[in-house]
Design a protein around this ligand. Structure first.
Ligand code: GCU
Length: 686
């Protein structure tokens, strides 16, 4: 082995051969008894594709691979050629033999090419240029000649078609593709086809396979930062390589890649298979999407678990029993089976006032912008945006909620801090950088003139809100040394948002201008789910408001109307803990239903609101959950929901400690909603 003989290089795994394969398996290899030797000349995108899963997929199919990857981060064809022509030892050469990876630093292309009798050598362009064929030339041609001179006759040369960035990805090169994923995809297909035709290269259509996954149930859940692949994305890439290299179908391959759920595995294999047979076509693949029931007639008969009966069947008789036994029992189930455990609070919270003004919003408000550090590590932090009524005579009550579009989207106040380039990158994706993009969802004028402040932070500070592999935002806070994925009962994004709301409440206790005993936690949609979970886990929240929170929020799962457990977990694999995924397709088997989550907030004031055109969130299911939770409120001696019949006509109903309204219109949070929340809050926080 050439490399093993080189001075100064340890090559423990190199050359360890075929020992792991049974002879039966070896018989079924394309070229019996001979490993297929593949060398990629690539960058981080070939790391994603070949450095994990590929060897294992092949082995599971009885095919022995020797895989080499010549890696330089971001390396374009031009640089590969310059390295080749100057014989520069510029690469990290990673070599996988018998499933063991060894890295040889400072290796030249010439050295790697002569290290093995390669059967296949692959080329690729870096992502900023992958859709621009003119950037391939003359480097690809020169590299091909260079490789041919150093490889056995009959070597197969192939082109690794890379993939488009995620929608709204923060990548410096995305503007070249007009920040348009589809445009980038088409450009990559076009350029890679041209290269293959021109130079007679075989195609490895990973970009197509990734696009198939995106138009299917995996949606935007294939990257970890907007462009590098996450575990399932990597598995798709490896499946595609396997089919393209061997001509063998990957469908039904038995290897289980880490963090790839069975439905994802099926989808990945089909995406790979489809891309190899129809390169360039983004075709829907994978398991059938769930049928969404939107017909009341199809709601099954169901019995809701009784919040006032313990799991062992013992009825809850006293207030004491509720608080000391039943409520903790429910909270434990919700924590371990659905939302996931949050980290312990270690008292490392500290903050920095970044900006403030006594004269904001045309003189009506005090504005503060605060960096709230959640641990000693600087990267775990929230950017709080705070508006308080200007003429307050003491600490004020506030509405606190997470926002969807960034603090700068809450209001067109030019003083709101915009994320600099580094911060934008940290978010991975950003819907927009428009000031005031969601101002209609934060009617500051009305809120402030009613005597309330607003405290908010961007959801992306906590989690980028796609399945990034739990490594951005604050989610890694939970990890012990060496851990890189939450345990099955550890938090997902919703629990993380809720926990961040609690830490923001800690901050309120340190701010003399805010009355931390008078905080209403509020959220719309996914952030309404988070508000409910925050309200349940943190009894310091005085009022809890859920706006159109739907499935995983206020809606009853057992009605099987609108979004289901499976929809939630497929489209948002990062929202709930892994244990919750065991309930896909088993909505009625959950040991609890969402009226019990609402009951855990009792007796504190709770407002549930729906919109009549929001059937995905199941308004009736939200109403019924509020009604059922009211039994616990009444048990605890406070009035629950004042109306009991659906459709509730006399709404909004804000008389009891449980309030409800059904607004006309679509899934949104509007001024009408806020007006009612303010009236409700006035009863408790004034
Ligand atoms: C999707 C999702 C809902 C969620 C909503 C939102 O529609 O299915 O569960 O509430 O997004 O957060 O906007």
């Amino acid at each position: 082995m050439a490399l093993a003989m080189m001075a100064g290089i340890s090559a423990t795994a190199a050359g360890s051969g075929l020992s792991s394969l049974s002879s039966k398996a070896a018989e079924s290899t394309p070229a019996a008894n001979k490993p297929l030797k593949v060398l990629a000349i690539g960058n981080s995108f070939s790391v994603d594709a070949v450095e994990q899963n590929l060897w294992e997929i092949a082995a599971a199919d009885g095919v022995e691979l020797i895989i080499g990857n010549m890696y330089i981060g971001g390396c374009p064809l031009e640089k590969h050629w310059n390295n080749a022509s100057s014989d520069k030892p510029a690469y990290k050469y990673r070599k996988i033999v018998a499933g063991q990876k060894t890295e040889y630093p400072e290796t030249s292309l010439d050295t790697a090419l002569s290290d093995e009798q390669w059967d296949v050598v692959t080329f690729q362009q870096n992502s900023p240029n992958s859709g621009f064929y003119e950037t391939f030339s003359p480097y690809l041609e020169k590299l091909i000649e260079y490789v041919k001179l150093r490889t056995p006759k009959g070597v197969r040369l192939m082109f690794h078609q890379t993939w488009a960035y995620e929608k709204n990805a923060i990548h410096y090169a995305f503007p070249r593709y007009e920040k348009n994923q589809n445009k980038m995809f088409k450009a990559i297909v076009e350029a890679s086809n041209q290269a293959c035709t021109r130079y007679g290269l075989g195609l490895i259509p990973v970009g197509t396979a990734i696009q198939c996954a995106r138009v299917s149930e995996l949606r935007n859940n294939v990257t970890r930062d907007g462009y590098h692949l996450n575990p399932v994305g990597r598995y798709i890439a490896a499946c595609t390589w396997y089919e393209a290299l061997t001509g063998r179908s990957v469908i039904g391959n038995s290897y289980d890649a880490p963090h790839v759920e069975p439905w994802m595995k099926q989808l990945a294999q089909e995406a790979a298979h489809s891309s190899v047979s129809q390169p360039g076509k983004a075709i829907k693949v994978g398991p059938e999407p769930n049928h969404t029931n939107r017909d009341e007639a199809n709601v099954p008969r169901y019995t809701l678990p009784d919040p006032l009966v313990m799991e062992d069947g013992t009825p809850v008789r006293t207030r004491e029993e509720w608080f000391s036994a039943r409520r903790p029992e429910l909270m434990k189930m919700y924590t371990e089976l659905m939302y996931g455990k949050a980290p312990e609070v270690k008292g490392d919270l500290h903050f920095k006032l970044v900006e403030s003004s006594e004269d904001a919003l045309g003189g009506k408000a005090v504005r503060k912008q605060v960096k709230l550090y959640l641990s000693k590590e600087e990267r775990y932090r929230l950017n709080l945006l705070i508006y308080l009524p200007k003429d307050a005579s003491g600490p004020v009550p506030v509405f606190m909620g997470v926002n969807f579009t960034g603090n700068w989207g809450v209001c067109d106040d030019p003083a709101i801090v915009m994320p600099n380039e580094k911060e934008q990158k940290r978010y991975s994706v950003l819907e927009n950088l428009d000031r005031g993009a969601s101002a209609s969802r934060w009617p500051l004028e009305q809120i402030l003139s009613a005597g309330y402040g607003v405290v908010t932070f961007y959801r992306g500070d906590v989690d980028p809100d796609f399945h990034d592999g739990f490594h951005n935002g604050i989610t890694p806070m939970i990890y012990k040394k060496g851990q890189d994925w939450p345990e099955p009962d550890q938090w997902g994004a919703i629990s993380a948002w809720a926990w961040a709301l609690s830490r923001t409440l800690d901050y309120c206790g340190l701010d003399p201008d805010i009355d931390e005993k008078k905080v209403a936690v509020i959220g719309h949609s996914r952030l309404g789910k988070a508000a409910l979970w925050a309200g349940a886990t943190d009894e310091r929240f005085a009022v809890v408001i859920s706006n159109c929170s739907g499935a995983g929020g206020a809606d009853l799962f057992r009605r099987q109307f609108g979004e289901s457990v499976q929809d939630l977990n497929r489209h948002f694999p990062h929202w709930f803990c892994a244990n919750f995924h065991n309930y896909n397709g088993r909505d009625s088997e959950l040991p609890f239903d969402q009226h019990e989550l609402l009951a855990c907030i009792a007796p504190r004031p709770l407002y549930i609101a729906s919109a009549d055109a929001d059937s995905w969130a199941d308004p009736k299911g939200e109403f019924l959950a509020a009604r059922e939770a009211s039994k616990v409120y009444e048990f605890l001696g406070v009035p629950g929901l004042a109306v009991s019949e659906w459709p509730a006509v006399e709404l909004p109903s804000i008389e009891g400690n449980v309030a409800y309204h059904l607004r006309e219109g679509k899934h949104d949070i509007t001024l009408y909603d806020w007006q009612n929340y303010i009236l409700f809050a006035d009863k408790y926080l004034k």
